[in-house]
Design a protein around this ligand. Sequence first.
Ligand code: ADP
Ligand code: MG
Ligand code: MG
Length: 883
Amino acid sequence: TKWVYRFGNGSADGAADMKNLLGGKGANLAEMSNLGLPVPPGFTITTEVCTYYYDHGKAYPEALQSQVNDALEAIGAITGRRFGDQTLPLLLSVRSGARVSMPGMMDTVLNLGLNDETVKAIAASSGDERFAWDSYRRFIQMYSDVVMGLEHHDFEEILEEHKAEKGYSLDTEITAQEWAGIVEKFKALVDEELGRPFPQDPQEQLWGAIGAVFGSWETPRAKTYRRLHDIPSTWGTAVNVQAMVFGNMGETSATGVAFTRNPSTGDKRLYGEFLVNAQGEDVVAGIRTPQDITEVARIEAGSEAPSLEALMPEAFAEFQTICDKLEAHYRDMQDLEFTIEKGKLWMLQTRSGKRTAKAALKIAVDMVGEGLLSEQEAVMRVEPAALDQLLHPTIAPDAERTIFATGLPASPGAASGAIVFSSDEAEAAKASGQKVILVRIETSPEDIHGMHAAEGILTSRGGMTSHAAVVARGMGKPCVSGAGMLRIDYRQGTVSAGGKTFRSGDVITIDGASGQVLAGEVAMQQPTLSGDFGILMGWADKVRRMKVRANAETPQDAKVARNFGAEGIGLCRTEHMFFDGDRILAVREMILAETEKGRRNALSKLLPMQRRDFIDLFKIMQGLPVTIRLLDPPLHEFLPKTPAELNEVASAMNVPVDALRERAIALEEFNPMLGHRGCRLLVSYPEIAEMQARAIFEAAVASAKESGSAIVPEIMVPLVGLKGELDLVREAIVKTAEAVMAESGTTIEYQVGTMVELPRAALQAAEIAKSAEFFSFGTNDLTQTTFGISRDDASSFLGTYQAKGLIEQDPFVSLDQDGVGELVKIGAERGRSTRPDIKLGICGEHGGDPASIRFCESVGLDYVSCSPFRVPIARLAAAQAAL
Ligand code: ADP
Ligand code: MG
Ligand code: MG
């Protein structure tokens, strides 16, 4: 078996389409080599080795050692150096690389192969002592941290102590001699902490690093990330071993990262940061403030530090050419890493760049214009869930801004919240319902959970490509990074700037668009959707098969839904209309009445109000379908709770309070969600269905007269389990329709259908469909009733279930396709078997979840219905599902 794939010198064994075997980084290094780009030679140990390693009690395949040695020889032949050589030693970088980039994996080890002897050889061959010792100390620091598990921090302390002693402020001031002394201290620290010396044998170093990469695949952090992102553990990681090139060889050397287009706005302009005389992660770690790559960006930022374009024009020109070439080749915006060694450019990585939703839309639309993509490809390029970012509030233009500090506009949107200084605090606060802003000097992969929990992220260090910035953009959270004037004191729980101090718990607002940090809570405005958004949604709508409706009952919600392109209302919950103002009183009268006459009396008060609601709703929906669900919740929920409420109802009904109290107690239920609710109420009290149907039909007549466009109301009966239940309620509806038609002298078109939210309904769908013109799968309740768990109580154990791997996702967020989905499928098939043209839809949270929407497409539902703000997401997800 071939376990090792080589690249470099204008060719490679692998290619970009071999990500499964070589990991993302390895496949793209191979591709760049094949394209003839300057890539330091190296090789990739395949993901199959990782799988083998874990299948065989952490042992390597036999042939691996010799394949690695051969590949090392090949690198040596290209570079004219040999690994472990005493005169011209080859130094290596060892880099992890899974199919998708994954925090939690081993960090890169650079300068591997250095030891007490080879460091002298490097000094002699480069003629640069300082560079040699700087590289050696970096290597010890990185290797000890990443492979041997020592704290990075302990090494930093030695370094800081030395600088303080000498009065230096920058690492670059430290001399070769001094670095050599620091190296001795570093080695002593390793010996002391681990009871064994720092490994001097390059082979031992190399296999140690390779083992660490494979080992990091099963760390808790990597496992958590895989669980959150549905990455199977069987994928494994690859290891990339590559000849070092040096960005730390003085003033003509540099290292940097770039995006071929602006990842925040999508503007078609090279965008990136670099540092002179630096190596590897210095740029993203925020140790020094990086400089802009292009002159335009430098001028715009008003920065004094020269751009790469000005400092190294030749390397810059070559880099720009390469960027254009890679973008055209991959037909996507690229995120690049490069190093310049003594003026010579080397490419170290390329991949599809992470971007904001705004940038994703702009880039997709621009690339269609540039002829790089088709419209359908563009539709596939935007992550539906990411659109959520565009639907985020921003700071109102006329809001007063008390600016506390300013950093980089790292991720758009604005957010207010209480300050927390750690990710654990953020998570705890979120759990208790508090909105927080996570304030950190910088973030690391350990902060993912805190960033998830926070409304926004603020850091004092790090550029636009820092961890905080990249991750926040990916999550769609507002972020301000690199606000350098902030003094953050974790121990005191304070953050100060310009003489002002905020404490943990104080409320601040961050504006990811301007980079401002503002005191207190600030007024926000709702987003307007940009031109690119409309264009892309237009393309999506062209290929979409399923309709998208909204769950809405208020005129406000209905308007939002229409603006976002909803094609009707899939669920109008009438009970929400019952809680309003003095209506609740009439509702209480109705449910507490002892007789049908009493109930009818109360219902007649509700009728005109309900009618008004529907007239308003129909007007906004202008002839689009509206599904109205009859009263669903248990009466229990409407019962008067306080003595004052009880008194109020008693006097309105003109009955003694005591009698009323008894009736209320009699109506209380132990388990209301499985109690007297849904169609069971309508079976007991058909007059409720009659009143609601009358309100609907009269509204339909009125709005047809007013606007001329007839609406076809779809009346939905909830919680049906028996065909007979539906038939009884249906009878009341039909009777009412006929009465209203006779009274008004108009014909009314309407449909009666049911919600499928009990397993019995799904199983009996063939029977029920005989009486139902449509089904709407109520997957919230169907999930509760299928699992036998309550949505309100499940959070106490679902987390544990996820942690123990029993379930992958919260079934209330993403449809449980195996169980609940199976019932949906059965319901759809059996419903169609007796009524082939039955209309099928889904309401409930899942209607706005892209994975669930894909499932709905596969079952052939006619529409999905979701909350108004998720309508654009559902439109795009439905389009992608159809492609
Ligand atoms: P990550 O996946 O965290 O980006 P990488 O493997 O890309 O990790 O390595 C991080 C950084 O290390 C690179 O951006 C680059 O600056 C540096 N690096 C990696 N390989 C080499 C190399 N062969 N020569 C010089 N620097 C390297
Ligand atoms: Mg990288
Ligand atoms: Mg329900």
